[in-house]
Write a protein that binds this ligand. Sequence first.
Ligand SMILES: [Zn+2]
Length: 282
Amino acid sequence: MKRKSLVLIYMVLTGLLCWPVGAFSQGYSTIKAQEDLYFVGDRTFSCFYITDAGVIVIDPLDSAHAAATMSAIRQLTDKPVRYVFYSHNHWDHISGGKIFKDQGAKFISHEEAKKEISPNPAVIMPDSTWRGNKALFKTGGKSLELYYFGRNHGNGMTVFRFPEYNAVFIIDLVVPDRVLYAYLPDASPKDWVEDLKKIQALPFNTVYMAHERAIGNRNDVTLVQNYFDALYAAVEKELSSNTPFFEIPQRVKLPQYQHLKNYDEWLHMNVWRILMEKSIGK
Ligand SMILES: [Zn+2]
């Protein structure tokens, strides 16, 4: 037997190597973020918050992820899932909610998100909506602040704040350690930049996120702001140098962000989105 295998067996036998508590066979893990506040996932995360009156889920994601979230909840409490909040209109966040609907959960989104959800049999439509820029949701001794800033990453985006923990859950507007998602379908980049400034004005110490890494801080928001600034500046530089329009995506390089995930694959697509905004106004 090779030395490496012997070392591994020794570590398992002596308990030096153990699997994360609450790991699922599909690769989902449960992350305890705060007392009663959890995230479930591997590289994409759902959220659940246990209250005295039942459980709040934020984003079912898809049916497999929703089932894993339900199993994680059942390991901690017998309380039913009472509310499912949707962060925004994108199917990859709001599919698979049936397992929660079947136990009587009420589905809630911002009214703009509901208007913009494209029909999909896997998506349960919200039972109720909230409107305006800010709302406070209270249940079972816990509260959840809801913020809406307008169209940015998608439509009807809610930013959640947990006042008990001075923490925010920012879905898709801040994805840590990665460049912006591909060609930013249906996003409004210039509004996104403005809304990140409004998010920075909220009180919080901790940032929870839905992709790549569940837990971070204000620096993760700042990095996205700085990346946008660098992206706009680089595109504007090429436009003012009269670089042929269709050569700009290959010409723009941001070496200071080369360490970010998908830099080689997606940077040129990020550039295309900014170019489109600059040429068609959207
Ligand atoms: Zn999205």
